[in-house]
Design a protein around this ligand. Structure first.
Ligand code: FES
Length: 97
């Protein structure tokens, strides 16, 4: 089993994010990332509550410890490119608590 270089967690099971487009964001992000990246390197997973309720959809990316809030389906292309380029989408970044 490979150890992933990056791991994205999209809160889709938490009640607050569930009420947003989080499930659709997860599907779109996964589709785009797996189109451009090696599945052995990058993993996209659904997650339960990430403790940032009310800011969803929320995404956490490791090992960078980058957090995004209020992610929309229309943001997925930009996030995907940032994964490829190893950069951060500043406008979506959520300061860690
Ligand atoms: S419900 Fe998504 S962060 Fe809590």
């Amino acid at each position: 089993m490979p150890i992933f270089k990056k791991h994205l967690f999209v809160c889709t099971f938490g009640q607050s994010c569930k009420e947003t487009q989080a499930g659709f964001v997860f599907e779109e992000l996964k589709r785009r990332i797996y189109e451009k990246c090696d599945k052995n390197d990058i993993r996209v997973n659904r997650a339960g509550c990430l403790g940032q309720c009310g800011l969803g959809p929320v995404i956490a990316i490791y090992p960078e410890n980058t957090w995004y809030k209020g992610v929309q389906i229309s943001d997925c292309a930009e996030i995907t490119q940032s994964i490829v380029d190893d950069t951060v989408v500043i406008r979506l970044e959520h300061n860690k608590v």
